[in-house]
Design a binder for this molecule. Structure first.
Ligand code: DAH
Length: 467
């Protein structure tokens, strides 16, 4: 990210094989609505069936509690809270409206779930910015929702997670003389202060690294950036003060350190200047959000050209994991009362928030799978007579197959070996899968059964040769 990186690692945009057993073309029902599939379709049944869970709207669920804590720093009526947007969106909403270039890696089928060529499961809550700015129902808003990305399997990555978007606008037509600078500074003077340590070494804009937008004055960008930074710092203070209170309650010997954050220059296609905010927490710098001054083109396209302001996006799982000290992202999907009962009553009384107490830790069961990638079917030897290029392959395809078969019984999947045969040029990969249930001890027989199915599916669906 931000929140798993808007600019994802330059993905190998190779051919992704069909992810679901369902054949196309045909129709698929997602969240009660019917969609036409085409050969872009790659939504597995396990994802299709989870669209209606809405953890962010489930009272006393840690994701929903986290949402409420963040929302409390963006109160109505200044901020309207949108929490009911449907997860299936157009590629225009998710990418084009935000200025994503046509070749942005985030658009690839290896990273994103497509229903058809023009329809995806939203990969971020920014997909709703155009619609919310256009509706123009309040000067600010937050929007929380489930988002979907094909990704690695480990304790902090899950193909469905939750984000909150937020924004605050000012209207040139409403400010005296069209000058919003004073209006923004007046609003800043009404915000509380805080005593958190903030590292912010860079100027508000920089001609190459973080440019001022055409049509914005330096003073406007500076004022909006100052309002943005103070507002988000106050949100972070709120979250981490609560996290600290819960940590001290759970452990009286808790080593208390002063809160510290830093602003990093960033790039997002629909904001300029842009930043990421990192927090120093238990010895590490953690990236918590992305934000920036919204590009005027987006506001013009939304039909509100006289407005300008800021927007941010934050990942709720990451925040919830450190608020409650939840060690594994799969737990959010658990229906086990030993998990859910620990948060009873917190939604109606946020001060009763307590750290999660693990109910038990079951043994891990590691299994390896090694395979050869097939030489590319189009050319087994290159024109120059050199070594054979390997087939299109993306690690996320392995992840998805393992997730489909093992479900939440898979804790993580890691590549443990990779080599290219010196003579044939064939490439071999080895992955180590950790089968461990959060809810019970898995027998070796059960793990073996999952693993045999995984091996067969890798060979069948990816065309790899098992070793
Ligand atoms: N959508 C971005 C992501 O998922 C996060 C984000 C960055 C949202 C900047 C924003 C923003 O509104 O201004 O990585």
């Amino acid at each position: 990210m931000v929140l798993r990186g808007d600019l994802r690692a330059a993905a190998n945009a190779g051919i992704t094989r069909q992810a679901s057993a369902s054949a196309f073309p045909g129709k698929i029902t997602l969240g009660g609505k019917e969609y036409q599939k085409d050969n872009w379709f790659n939504v597995p049944d396990s994802i299709a069936n989870s669209l209606t869970r809405e953890l962010h709207n489930t009272p006393d669920h840690p994701i929903s509690i986290t949402r409420s804590i963040v929302e409390s720093k963006f109160p109505s009526p200044t901020f309207k809270h949108y929490n009911k947007f449907f997860p299936v969106v157009s590629t225009h909403e998710n990418f084009d409206s935000l200025g994503f270039p046509a070749d942005h890696p985030g658009r690839s089928k290896t990273d994103t779930y497509y229903v058809n060529e023009k329809t995806v499961l939203r990969t971020h809550t920014s997909a709703h910015e155009l619609a919310i700015f256009g509706a123009n129902e309040s000067v600010g808003y937050t929007c929380s929702a489930d988002v979907y990305r094909r990704d690695a399997i480990d304790k902090t990555h899950y193909p469905i997670f939750h984000q909150m978007e937020g924004a605050r606008m000012w209207d040139r037509r409403k400010a005296p003389g069209g000058n919003i600078v004073q209006a923004v500074w007046d609003d800043i003077s009404n915000l509380p202060t805080h005593d958190m340590i903030v590292e912010d070494p860079n100027p508000p804009t920089h001609p190459e690294r973080n440019p001022l937008q055409h049509g914005h004055s330096h003073d406007e960008a500076e004022a909006i950036a100052a309002h943005l930074k103070r507002s988000l710092e106050l949100m972070v203070v709120e979250i981490f003060s609560r996290a600290k209170t819960a940590a001290i309650a759970a452990d009286p010997n808790y080593h208390d350190e002063p809160l510290k954050v830093r602003w990093i220059e960033a790039y997002f296609p629909w904001t300029s200047p842009s930043w990421e905010l990192e927090i120093f927490w238990q010895g590490d710098w953690l990236e918590v959000l992305g934000c920036g001054v919204v590009k005027q083109e987006l506001l013009e396209n939304a039909g509100v050209p006289s407005q300008l302001g800021w927007a941010f996006g934050i990942g709720l799982e990451r925040i919830a994991m450190l608020l409650f000290e939840i060690p594994d992202i799969r737990l959010f999907w658990s229906q086990d009362a030993r998990f859910l009962d620990q948060f009873k009553g917190v939604s109606s009384d946020l001060t009763s928030l307590k750290r999660y107490v693990p109910f038990s830790k079951y043994p891990a069961c590691y299994k390896d799978v090694a395979f050869w990638l097939q030489p590319s079917s189009s050319s087994t030897t290159s024109a120059a007579g050199g070594l054979a290029p390997v087939q299109s392959f993306h690690e996320n395809d392995v992840m998805e197959i393992v997730r489909e078969i093992g479900g939440d019984v898979v804790e993580d999947v890691r590549k443990t070996d990779e080599f290219t045969h010196p003579k044939t040029g064939r490439k071999s990969l080895c992955y180590r899968i950790n089968y461990r249930s959060l809810e019970r001890t898995l027998t070796n027989e059960e793990a073996n059964e999952f693993h045999e199915q995984v091996r067969a599916a890798l060979a069948r669906r990816l065309g790899v040769v098992l070793r």
